[in-house]
Design a protein around this ligand. Structure first.
Ligand code: AHM
Ligand code: MG
Length: 276
């Protein structure tokens, strides 16, 4: 897995450089989910594609910005990635990220064996999970390994995604119940910094539910949901769609989405209690 860590670090440095100088204008094209693409989404996608295709162990690639999977004739791993998550907050200069899932024998939740994300913020950071969770910070010259990240049984952060007017009454009850218990609202609109903050602060809940305008949620299983589910479980937390473990969900297409809840164990148990 060392070659993947090096590839993610290398593409992260290139994308960080690009973010420093790039315009954040929209192109006239949309991606497979119908989102308008930024020039920088497409450039970041290409940087990661080139980096990953140069690895002998990579057999297939798909991304949020591609309509089809790219296959090679050799290699054993299939990588799904979101090259630049948080397109809508780039223009406000908030932190954004890249997300990676590494799958064996094809793109299915049960096949995920590692996952990673990069945070492009005031600092450049990488979290990589396989059997263990590794956390690196780039100091301008090299990547320095940090103490491992671990969630407590519960936390104090509530990061509720989606438009409130489109939430179900059950979901409103759930989110209100956390605020009543003293949880603080922390939501930037970028799942990478929002989920990273919960990991760094050791607990809380991030939710992106089914809504009346998006009954299957917004976030994509292969590029966003399964990688973070893998990382949160490795950190000692949980990841469910309300009822089921996210890493047991089937996929019906590479751009398939799901409602999702990531958090420490007590918050996830509370989601289960209210949703069931
Ligand atoms: P993107 O991949 O088009 O950037 O969309 C994903 C982002 C997530 O980072 C974030 O959690 C979510 O969309 C925010 O959506 P909303 O603005 O509806 O709360
Ligand atoms: Mg995304």
């Amino acid at each position: 897995m060392e070659d993947f860590i090096l590839a993610f670090q290398s593409s992260a440095q290139k994308i960080q450089n690009l973010l420093k100088v790039s315009h954040t204008d929209y192109l006239s094209t949309t991606n497979s989910s119908g989102d308008n693409q930024l020039g920088i989404d497409v450039k970041a996608d290409k940087i990661i594609e080139e980096e990953l295709l140069s690895l002998n162990s990579v057999r297939g690639l798909c991304s949020e910005e591609k309509n089809e999977v790219i296959y090679k004739d050799y290699g054993s791993y299939f990588i799904a990635y979101d090259p630049l998550d948080g397109s809508s907050i780039i223009s406000s200069n908030l932190s954004v990220g890249s997300i990676f899932g590494i799958y064996k024998e094809g793109f299915e939740s049960k096949n995920i064996i590692a996952a990673a994300y990069v945070v492009y913020g005031p600092r450049l950071e990488l979290v990589f999970a396989n059997d263990v969770l590794s956390y690196f910070i780039y100091d301008g010259k090299s990547w320095k390994k940090q103490p491992p990240l671990k969630l407590n049984e519960s936390g104090k952060i509530n990061a509720p995604g989606g438009t409130q007017k489109n939430w179900s009454s059950k979901h409103k009850t759930l989110i209100d119940s956390f605020f009543q218990k003293g949880y603080r609202l922390r939501y930037s609109g970028g799942m990478v910094p929002d989920l990273h903050q919960i990991l760094i602060k050791k607990g809380g809940l991030f939710s992106y539910p089914a809504t009346s305008d998006a009954p299957n949620g917004k976030l994509r299983k292969l590029f966003e949901v399964f990688p973070f589910a893998f990382i949160y479980e490795k950190a000692g937390g949980g990841a469910i769609d309300g009822k089921n473990r996210l890493l047991e969900l089937p996929i019906n297409g590479i751009h398939d989405t799901s409602p999702c809840f990531f958090g420490s164990i007590e918050e996830i148990n509370e989601v289960r209690r209210i949703y069931e």
